[in-house]
Design a protein around this ligand. Structure first.
Ligand SMILES: [Zn+2]
Length: 406
């Protein structure tokens, strides 16, 4: 079994401490962490730099490149997969070693990552987000045309009413979903709804949560509007994505029930910027500007109320490879540097239910380790620049190494 030793300034997220030390990796696992100057077969000397656990992005669409409706008409199916190869490599190079795919990556994409066929982050997949008729993932146009992308590994996700919703959840689980993603409100990028529209009833949401739970799986809900957010919390959803119109009282309920919030601040900011420049299609322009106005303020309220925020970027809606820019946005809503780092490591691992194997530099955890040039506790924005991410190790294997050329 291959041994790897990485030496440098180790950032201990659990103890809120950093110290000079060595991490010994055996195979795909962290064997030990010590303050001793270890030596062995393969030593990576990162003495002047900082060592962190690999980052987790809890909201990515690895198959997408813009998520524009026109793509469904113009893009050949195979091209999504070739594109995804680039997207996965780019994501890994930013220091993100695990992603939770929020829709469109099927089981084969996850398998290609697991078997090392392509350089890719470790992934949890939701296969396809479950949506109501006329909801955020219904691709029927006003013309009556349906431009939904589906193929054997990616079933259609439209369902209404108790029995259809139950069957659909089971179908998506059968297709290999690690997590059930639900469109609980309208959204920005869809043609037929507004972001604060409520979609699915409390009863329907509860059925999906139950069906996921029966198989030991978690649920994540795309939810902008307040009524939709409230319905999700009552139904027992594990994480709310976006959370645009959240209020103080609902935030307090989320805190008390331990519901995570993945605010995806970067995508909101970027879409509003594109909308103002006239770069977004007309059906989404007003929604993008409207959402950005209230999103940041409401997320600040949620944070002050004590909701656990998690890093998620919606990369795929925006360009891949900007993932760690989200960390600057999280610090702007008031999070301290330690909290920001935790939201993308320890806490993100808890959110996706993988805290037993990733999210911190601990003996026995998978060796997902990155080395960065600047001290992130002093300059969180430095992480957004992929050139500052010097080394990326996933499962004990080196995927990026800029230290050799420094
Ligand atoms: Zn998304």
């Amino acid at each position: 079994m291959n041994n790897l030793i990485i030496k440098g300034e180790i950032i201990d997220l659990k103890a809120h401490n950093h110290f000079k030390g060595s991490i010994l990796v055996k195979g795909d696992t962290i064997e030990s962490i010590s303050t001793k100057d270890e030596s062995g077969a393969h030593v990576i000397d990162a003495d002047d730099y900082f060592i962190l656990p690999g980052f987790i992005d809890a909201h990515v669409h690895i198959m997408e490149k813009g998520f524009k409706l026109e793509d469904r008409i113009e893009t050949p199916l195979s091209f999504y997969f070739y594109n995804a190869i680039n997207n996965m490599r780019t994501t890994l190079n930013t220091g993100v070693t695990t992603i939770r795919d929020a829709g469109m990556a099927d089981f084969g994409v996850k398998l290609a990552s697991e078997e090392g066929i392509v350089p890719a982050p470790r992934m949890q997949i939701s296969v396809v987000p479950i949506s109501t008729t006329g909801g955020h993932f219904d691709f029927h146009m006003k013309s009556g045309l349906n431009i939904e992308l589906k193929y054997p590994g990616l079933p259609s996700s439209i369902c209404d009413g108790a029995s259809e919703v139950r069957k659909k959840t089971r179908e998506i689980l059968r297709a290999g979903a690690d997590v059930i993603k639900i469109m609980a409100t309208g959204g920005v990028m869809s043609a037929n709804d507004r972001p604060d529209d409520t979609q699915f009833t409390k009863k329907e949401l509860k059925i999906m949560v139950d069906e996921a739970r029966f198989k030991g799986k978690k649920t994540m809900a795309h939810a902008h509007g307040l009524e939709g957010i409230k319905n999700c919390i009552k139904a027992g959803i594990n994480s709310i994505e976006h959370g645009t119109y959240i209020d103080k009282k609902t935030a307090a309920e989320m805190r008390d029930k331990g519901v995570y919030l993945v605010p995806t601040l970067l995508v909101t900011a970027e879409l509003a910027r594109e909308a103002k420049k006239g770069e977004l299609p007309s059906y989404t322009r007003n929604d993008a500007i409207e959402v950005a106005k209230v999103h940041r303020e409401n997320i600040e309220v949620a944070y002050e109320e004590g909701v656990q925020l998690i890093m998620g970027t919606d990369s795929g809606v925006i360009e891949h490879g900007k993932n760690l820019k989200e960390l600057s946005y999280l610090s702007k809503v008031g999070m301290e540097p330690w909290e920001v780092l935790e939201s993308a490591t320890l806490k993100a691992a808890e959110c996706i239910g993988w805290d037993d194997k990733i999210g911190s530099l601990d003996k026995g955890k998978l060796a997902d380790i990155i080395v960065v040039k600047e001290n992130p506790l002093e300059d969180i924005e430095s992480l957004a620049n992929p050139d500052n991410i010097l080394l990326v190790v996933k499962d004990g294997k080196i995927f990026k190494d800029l230290l050799r050329i420094l």
